[in-house]
Ligand binder design. Structure first.
Ligand code: CUA
Length: 316
């Protein structure tokens, strides 16, 4: 897998930037530690018991200047490093729009991956090199944490939240995937592999994958099983909003606000339907809290997302 050594391979474009900050912090901290340790040693020898060195106090103005200078110089230095690291995190959080979205469902004790085309993987993630990848992650039970050391990225996956993690893999190869949050008996076995392939290899890999456990397709089955179709489809559209073309579009609410129909909106609409009432509709939808699991919400959301383009009918 990864070559052994002190340094992990830098397998994503985030890795080099993270390492540069780490090394800068290490160099600055080492320089300060050496300076302090050196001064302590020099003073300990110079002012040892019985040495003839002068013990006259320095002029107080000089002592104050040294104290202020030392305190503010180190403070400024570390604020600068903080700002540098923060700016990298902000860049990570606001990437360019073009990206490849991959759904990841964490549960005790496995990582279930669902590609946009419905290809599924367990404890494995295939990604193309050079492409900005966005993982959309949910947990079905407890807190897990998606950690790929070679990419220098880690993201906790908290149940009830949709977590996003972006990175650009660069170096083809196979890298460790760990769960970095203690999650029970088999936490230590909740490990996997991230396989970075060239774009051509990745495309070939995608077409070789069976697609039977398509997330959106299972979402469609849930949509019927939970009775959503009864109100949100066909002739019943008087009672409930239609969902074709909904995902990603603005929604006018009864209280005058306009919100965007994203993952969080779909989730809230299923679990707390009385909270955001769509303008023109009655608050008649029951809550499905405790009825649908997070994994099922991921499926339903994928189905609704697939309904985005009314042109292809959204039919499976
Ligand atoms: Cu999942 Cu530790």
């Amino acid at each position: 897998m990864n070559e052994p050594g002190i340094w992990l391979p830098q397998a994503s474009s985030e890795a080099a930037a993270t390492d540069t900050i780490l090394i800068a912090l290490l160099v600055v901290s080492s320089a300060i530690v050496l300076l302090v340790a050196g001064l302590i040693t020099v003073f300990a020898i110079r002012y040892r018991k019985g040495s003839p060195a002068s013990r006259e106090p320095l002029p107080s103005i000089f002592a104050r200047d040294v104290e202020f200078g030392w305190t503010f110089a180190t403070l400024g230095l570390f604020i600068a490093i903080f700002a540098w690291a923060a700016s990298q995190n902000i860049t990570l959080a606001h990437p360019p729009a073009a990206r490849m979205e991959i759904h990841v469902l964490a549960k005790r004790w496995m990582w279930k991956v669902e590609h946009a085309g419905g290809q599924g993987e367990i404890d494995e993630l295939h990604v193309p090199a050079g492409e900005l990848v966005e993982l959309i992650m949910q947990s079905e039970d407890v807190i897990h944490s998606f950690y790929v050391p070679a990419f220098r990225v880690k993201q906790d996956v908290v149940p009830g939240h949709t977590e996003r993690l972006r990175f650009t893999p660069e170096k083809p190869g196979t890298y460790h995937l760990f769960c970095a949050e203690y999650c029970g008996t088999d936490h230590s076995r909740m490990i996997g592999r991230v396989v970075v392939q060239s774009p051509e290899e990745f495309a070939a890999w995608l077409t070789r994958q069976p697609q039977e456990d398509d997330l959106a397709k299972s979402g469609r089955q849930l949509f019927v099983r939970f009775g959503c179709a009864g109100c949100h489809e066909g002739q019943a559209s008087v009672r409930a909003p239609r969902l074709s073309g909904l995902f990603g579009a603005p929604v006018q609410l009864a209280d005058g606000r306009t919100v965007t129909a994203d993952d969080a909106y779909v989730r809230d609409s299923i679990l707390q339907p009385k909270r955001d009432i769509v303008a023109g509709y009655d608050p008649v939808m029951p809550s499905f809290a405790g009825v649908v699991s997070d994994g099922e919400i991921a499926g339903l959301t994928a189905y609704i997302r697939a309904l985005r383009a009314p042109a292809d009918g959204g039919v499976y």
